[in-house]
Design a protein around this ligand. Structure first.
Ligand SMILES: O=C(O)[C@H](CS(=O)(=O)O)OP(=O)(O)O
Length: 236
């Protein structure tokens, strides 16, 4: 049986082995939910950046640019970090360069893995099915919030551990704890996560529709991965 473990923050990633594993990067509020929404709605590919400046420069290369810091669209950027902005194929066919407070940093820190997937509740079952076809150990890399643990990424990790229990064994305490938490609270995810600090921060920004989207299961039957050139694309 393969192994599954959780890294609760990009600041802890050095304690985990990446080589040979599928790493699932998750930033429920909101980066990875936005990436899945964008690609599901016709965005061709997304190039993630850890810093604002490198991302901004991509505008001259024909990319549309999305930049977010502390929940707000960064100055000079066309788009922020809202999944609902991409619905109804609003940006179909574009190439997007994107940088966010936590999510794109976690993608950067996942380099060295066998494969990097982008996890979100709206495509969780498709991601589970894809992983079960791969015969690899799995590391779930939670983006957290500015280096800290957060509930929403960790609960997604618990959901993945639970869904993969027939193929992947969880031995570490973190994975066992999050599986138990998901078993207890997964049926009332929206209610439970309304107390999460990040949800409260986003509510103050008036983006309840984003939260609703980010906590909806299985809207899309597709998988998002990082390709060999560093682009986020749909798995064929
Ligand atoms: O845009 C978001 O929801 C967050 C902003 S913050 O971390 O709450 O300041 O960024 P993300 O990279 O999606 O966690």
């Amino acid at each position: 049986m393969h192994q599954i473990e959780i890294c609760f923050s990009p600041d802890l990633i050095q304690h985990h082995e990446l080589e040979g594993k599928i790493v699932v990067v998750v930033d429920i509020f909101r980066a990875t939910s936005t990436m899945v929404a964008a690609l599901a709605n016709g965005v061709q590919k997304i190039l993630p950046f850890a810093d604002l400046e490198s991302c901004r420069l991509m505008q001259d290369k024909g990319f549309r640019i999305a930049g977010e810091r502390n929940g707000h669209t960064a100055p000079g950027f066309e788009l922020g970090n809202s999944p609902v902005a991409f619905l109804n194929n609003a940006f179909e066919g574009i190439q997007l360069a994107m940088t966010t407070t936590n999510g794109t940093q976690s993608i950067e820190k996942s380099k060295g893995a066998h494969e990097i997937l982008i996890g979100a509740f709206p495509n969780i079952q498709a991601t589970v099915s894809y992983i079960q076809g791969q015969q690899k150990d799995v590391l779930i890399h939670c983006a957290g919030w500015k280096g800290r643990f957060n509930l929403e990424d960790s609960l997604y990790a618990g959901a993945l551990v639970k869904s993969l229990e027939s193929s992947h064994q969880a031995e570490e305490d973190g994975a066992l704890a999050m599986r138990s938490l998901f078993e207890r609270e997964g049926h009332r995810l929206k209610e439970y996560l309304s107390q999460a600090s990040h949800a409260k921060r986003l509510q103050n920004h008036g983006i309840e529709k984003d939260i609703e989207f980010c906590l909806t299961f299985d809207l899309y039957d597709l998988v998002v991965k990082v390709d060999q050139d560093g682009f986020l694309v749909l798995v064929d």
